[in-house]
Design a protein around this ligand. Structure first.
Ligand SMILES: *Cc1c(COP(=O)(O)O)cnc(C)c1O
Length: 462
């Protein structure tokens, strides 16, 4: 598989280079030149298969010829060996025809483990073979950080620097990062919000000299391999509910547009998906752009679903690439507009195309709380606030009750215990392997919202 940049001015790369590079050198994101296609028979053959076996079939076309199928198989086995549920991502039922896809059985209790556990082993495989080492710098609104640290800690192939907005991630989220004491892990609490952190990381990538100096790499949601890993669970869950002989719909709590974009990729690869619902909290830039075409960056407003408190949604650029039929100059024009004026507009055929692919809705804080409460009352199940945003969006936007609706459950309720306890009176317990999280010592440094300070910190700590 060959990959091209959404902005059309970076070299075409194979999978290994795309994995290690993260952001393209023209500022764009890498996307596959053409997608593999799975026929109805191919999909039918997934019935009854283990998650790992479907993963191998879905991902092989994306990594070949760079990674041999046998090696990929081994990588997948190791990656999902850390999950605490045999089905890896089990489905549970929350209403007559509404299902919850539990993506939180990995080491850090959020869906990001599904992709990042795999990425850690992919990095190891490639870098060990090449005898190289990379520096990973990332920004996190909470869950990416711990999942990335968990995938890189103690590996000889990489050093990781993780920026989080000081005081804006939950205690559980912070401690999952800062209690990892491995010498190759560096946590930084930045004076600013998530978008500030993300902008600093983007600026590092655009500083080509510094980028080469430290062999910069990323495991952020801009990394194509994460999207690739997330495509798999759309296939496994749809097949469990009758695909390809029955359509299914998805509601996806969305921030950086990575998870929902993976669903769109699955649909393009042949999976019969009826609706793809983009569920946002009151930071609703995605709902705005997908309903009115207006992508204007506003101020981030803190919510009880903090992993979606995002205004600049990195993976949206990949959708622009699809909407504009791969015209890199169009994507570049829009993204330049975003940099210079904080907004762009899509209209005409492109907006109509986007509306045909996605339904989008913003869910209020009150509705999110009411949904956590209602699901508990009706099923006895505790769901986290991000999942609740998805569940509520599904209820509001579902156009066909006969089609199974699957809401992606992106975090374990114990990751956001305060919000859950407030409305249900139940304190969601951390799983046993994390029960002592609040007794473990923490290690992190404070950093000003300043690019120069970040660069010096990295140089000093490498
Ligand atoms: C990251 C995250 C999201 C948003 O996922 P995107 O791929 O950025 O859209 C939703 N919920 C939780 C719990 C997350 O950690």
């Amino acid at each position: 598989m060959k990959y091209i940049s959404t902005r059309g001015q970076a070299p075409e790369l194979g999978f290994n280079d795309v994995l290690l590079t993260g952001l393209a050198r023209d500022g764009g994101l890498y996307v596959p030149l053409d997608l593999p296609h799975f026929s109805a028979d191919d999909i039918r053959a997934f019935r009854g298969m283990r998650y790992q076996d479907v993963a191998l079939r879905v991902m092989t076309p994306f990594v070949c010829p760079d990674i041999a199928e046998d090696d990929l198989s081994e990588i997948i086995t190791k990656a999902y060996g850390t999950f605490r549920h045999k089905a890896i991502v089990p489905l549970s039922q929350s209403d007559s025809n509404h299902w919850i896809l539990e993506l939180f059985h990995g080491p850090t209790l959020a869906f990001k483990d599904v992709a990042l556990q795999l990425l850690g082993h992919l990095f190891d495989h490639i870098l060990t073979k090449q005898g190289r080492k990379v520096t990973i710098v990332g920004a996190t609104s909470g869950d990416t950080g711990s999942a990335a640290i968990e995938c890189i800690k103690d590996r000889a192939c990489a050093e990781i620097f993780m920026l989080h907005p000081k005081g804006r991630v939950s205690d559980v989220q912070r401690r999952q990062m800062t209690t990892v004491l491995s010498p190759n892990v560096h946590n930084l609490a930045v004076d600013g919000n998530f978008d500030d952190c993300q902008a600093m990381v983007k600026a590092l990538f655009n500083d080509l000299a510094f980028r080469d100096e430290i062999t910069l790499s990323a495991v952020n949601s801009i990394n194509w391999a994460r999207v690739m890993a997330q495509i798999v669970y759309y296939f496994t869950s749809a097949v469990a509910l009758g695909a390809p002989d029955r359509e299914v719909s998805y509601s996806v709590p969305t921030g950086n547009f990575g998870d929902i974009y993976a669903g769109y990729m699955a649909q393009k690869m042949g999976l019969p998906i009826r609706q793809l619902i983009v569920a946002t909290n009151r930071n609703d830039i995605l709902t705005r752009v997908l309903t009115s075409g207006d992508y204007t960056v506003g101020n981030v407003s803190p919510t009880i679903s903090p992993s979606m408190d995002i205004q600049v949604s990195s993976n949206f650029e990949r959708l622009l690439h699809n909407l504009y039929d791969g015209q890199g100059d169009e994507v570049r024009r829009l993204m330049d507009g975003l940099t210079s004026s904080g907004s762009f507009t899509i209209d005409g055929p492109e907006l109509n195309k986007a509306k045909q692919i996605f339904d989008a809705i913003q869910v209020s804080e009150g509705d999110t709380e009411a949904t956590i409460k209602a699901v508990f009352a009706q099923t006895g199940q505790l769901i986290d606030p991000h999942t609740a945003v998805g569940v509520r969006a599904a209820e509001l936007k579902n156009t066909d009750p006969a089609t199974p609706m699957i809401t992606l459950s992106t975090a374990h309720p114990a990751k956001f215990p305060d919000a859950v306890e407030k409305v249900t009176g139940q304190h969601p317990a951390l799983p046993a392997h994390m029960a002592d999280l609040f007794e473990r010592p923490e290690k992190y440094d404070l950093l000003d919202h300043d690019l120069g300070a970040l660069k010096s910190y990295i140089r000093e700590n490498l």
